[in-house]
Design a binder for this molecule. Structure first.
Ligand code: FES
Length: 97
């Protein structure tokens, strides 16, 4: 595969377990964490139930859905919904809020 066609890979880590996982830019964080054997909570997997909510300790994410189930205040505080959040950088996150 030509390098420009390769999906971008970032390094993710979950706290407090300290599990490092491959955070592919082209798939939701939840899927990457599960591939990395993280026991991250989830339910709807579509950005509405908030079961998977976590807090971003470092790094940035983007969303492909118009407005995930987070208030603007929660987003400003670093809350993320990993089932619909795509990584834009290396990142660290912890479950809950
Ligand atoms: S699993 Fe429901 S919002 Fe992420």
């Amino acid at each position: 595969m030509h390098p420009s066609n390769s999906p971008t890979l970032f390094i993710g880590r979950t706290e407090p377990e300290g599990l490092q996982f491959d955070a592919w830019a082209n798939q939701p964080l939840l899927a990457s964490m599960e591939q990395g054997a993280s026991k991250w909570p989830s339910s709807c997997r579509s950005g509405t139930c908030r079961t998977c909510m976590g807090q971003l300790l470092s790094g940035t994410v983007r969303y492909e859905i118009e407005w995930p189930g987070l208030s603007s205040e929660e987003m400003a505080e670093g809350c993320v919904l990993p089932c619909v959040a795509y990584p834009c950088s290396d990142l660290v996150l912890r479950p809950g809020y």
